[in-house]
Design a protein around this ligand. Structure first.
Ligand code: PBG
Length: 329
């Protein structure tokens, strides 16, 4: 049969006809090794505690965290990112630096469990540990004090390194944090510990459920240190600065509302780029799915694929373990 005049000779549907043809020409991959699981561990818990605004995510006990890490390793994930919730918080966030603090003991637990089979990463920030909920220490007038905070980040990095962490992840958006952390690690002969810098991190309404996850009492907002969502050039500048200060990987966060920034950062730097599909982005999908408004599993895979397509080499996602299982099916 010949094609009638006016009918298309270019037919893109040909390569969509079967699953195998679609797989042949797929431009983006999504693999377990590209996914990092963020996980919360709370001091003094007897049983894991549900996080209501993040259905399916829990605050772990030390014991259940070890099990989640072992499972993540078995699934071939790219890493686990640890967050600690101390029993006692104070103005200086001392629990983050204390070698017996919950995050540091949890790092040691997880490393003992998985060894080098799973990269163990830790959030390097004070907001989980401060009673005011800010990412740094405050001046008498209540401003977040950049340089006093840097000294504490340096100590916290050393505590995490001593606990055996593979990757520290400074996330407080203090100026100079990557350089100070790199110098502290190198000065303690810990040149082996890598830095994943939360470089390009925006003040966002989508962090909401995270406050519940880490029992944060934050009053006010983080707009004097996290970035203004109207800026992309500045986001690239933050990433370039962190690379110059010694970041081994950089990150864009949140992911979905900033996919254009992710693309711009991917094109600007020569290190691997991560993106964090954050708590509120997770909650949106879970809430819509729970109402029967969207089909949950395809929505999860489409979300993660979109972040990879926009330029992320690594995706931090609360669905990491589940997505790895879906991808194996
Ligand atoms: C800072 C930190 C935050 C998140 C990760 N690291 C909170 C913030 O900066 O306000 C948010 C992660 C999420 O919302 O899933 N310690």
């Amino acid at each position: 049969m010949t094609t009638e005049p006016g009918f298309p000779t270019t037919r893109l549907r040909r390569l969509r006809r079967t699953r195998a043809l679609r797989d042949l020409v797929a431009e983006t991959t999504l693999e377990p090794r590209q996914l990092v699981l963020p996980a919360f561990v709370r001091e003094g818990l007897a049983e894991p505690a549900a996080i209501v605004s993040m259905p399916g995510v829990v605050q772990h006990t030390r014991d259940t965290l070890r099990k989640a890490a072992a499972e993540a390793a078995d699934l071939g994930l790219g890493g686990i990112m640890l967050f600690g919730i101390p029993e006692e918080k104070d103005a200086r966030g001392s629990g983050g630096i204390d070698p017996d603090g919950i995050l540091n003991v949890a790092i040691a637990d997880v490393v003992a469990e998985v060894g080098d089979a799973l990269p163990v990463m830790a959030d390097l920030c004070l907001d989980e540990f401060t009673d005011h909920g800010h990412c740094g220490v405050l001046t008498p007038s209540g401003e977040v004090d950049n340089d006093a905070t840097l000294e504490l980040y340096a100590e916290m990095a050393l505590a995490q390194a001593a606990a055996g962490v593979h990757v520290v992840a400074p996330s407080g958006m203090m100026d100079g944090q990557v350089g100070v952390v790199r110098a502290a690690l190198d000065g303690a002969s810990r040149q082996d510990v890598a830095i994943l810098a939360y470089s390009t991190k925006y003040a966002s309404a989508f962090y909401g459920p995270f406050r519940e996850a880490v029992a944060s009492s934050l009053q006010g907002d983080r707009r004097t240190y996290q970035q203004d969502g109207r800026n992309v050039v500045e986001g690239v500048r933050e990433a370039l600065l962190d690379v110059a200060e010694g970041a081994d990987l950089v990150m864009v966060k949140p992911a979905l509302a900033y996919l254009d920034v992710l693309r711009a950062v991917r094109e600007a730097v020569d290190v691997p780029v991560a993106a964090y599909n954050i708590s509120g982005e997770y909650a949106m999908v879970e809430a819509a799915a729970a109402n029967g408004w969207i089909d949950r599993e395809p929505a999860i895979l489409e979300t993660l694929t979109s972040i990879r397509r926009a330029g992320a080499d690594v995706v931090l996602t609360y669905w990491a373990s589940e997505a790895a299982r879906l991808l194996r099916r």
